[in-house]
Ligand binder design. Structure first.
Ligand SMILES: [Ca+2]
Ligand SMILES: [Ca+2]
Length: 221
């Protein structure tokens, strides 16, 4: 990731971040992470671009951006294009996730089952929002991606107060792998109007027909 910072710096100004007359001076500069954004070369560069480089050129590897964080960085996402994708509908979906309360085991199983039984039209808004948030199309939403989503959607426009993102993930991360998969996302963002009698009837009919491999006596114990 350090190299990516160096390459990005070179691409934006045409020379490397660390320069010196002798190798000894060069190594000292690298070891001290001693570089600058020289003017006027960097006058046209955006603050996001500089922030991207600064977060990669960190001496401590633990402080450096991870590949995942780099992919979710505003400079990579492109603020304007992302904002365009966050429609009012997507913001409403995100708002529901922000206030989702951790369900008990029974509720969790019903939600997951309902998620599988709803038709694609009913889930369109949620599916579209998931694909906007899942920047790298990995099929799961990470903390970095969720963080970027709330940033880009504009927290002030969401109904929830500034959310604790780790807590949001903890509530909806049913399989506790630290990321939100599609089923978990649907469970956490279902419009309450979908929890109607007709849909709940579908769930119980499914269970009564004995087709369920999701809800079992063992899983409820
Ligand atoms: Ca992802
Ligand atoms: Ca998960």
């Amino acid at each position: 990731m350090w190299s990516l910072g160096v390459i990005t710096y070179c691409l934006l100004c045409g020379y490397p971040p660390f320069n010196a007359d002798t190798d000894q001076q060069l190594f000292r500069k690298i070891k001290n992470c001693d570089y600058e954004f020289y003017m006027p070369d960097w006058a046209e560069a955006s603050s996001e671009a500089k922030d991207f480089i600064e977060k990669l050129l960190q001496l401590d590897p633990k402080a450096r951006m991870t590949p995942e964080e780099a992919l979710a960085h505003p400079w990579i996402i492109g603020t304007s294009s992302c904002k365009k994708n966050f429609t009012a509908v997507s913001k409403r979906v995100l708002s529901r996730l922000a206030v989702f309360q951790k369900p008990n085991l029974f509720q969790k199983q019903i939600l997951l089952l309902l998620t599988a039984l709803l038709n694609s039209k009913e889930l369109k808004d949620i599916r579209d929002t998931f694909s906007v948030i899942d920047i790298d199309s990995s099929g799961t939403i990470t903390l970095a991606e969720l963080s970027a989503a709330f940033l880009q959607a504009g927290q002030e426009e969401l109904s929830a107060s500034p959310p604790n993102l780790s807590e949001i993930i903890r509530r909806v991360d049913f399989d506790e792998n630290g990321e939100i998969n599609y089923s978990e996302f649907v469970s956490g963002t279902l419009d309450r109007t979908l929890l109607n009698q007709e849909n709940l009837h579908k769930v119980f009919k499914y269970l009564l027909d004995g087709q369920s491999e999701v809800l079992t006596y063992k899983s409820l114990k």
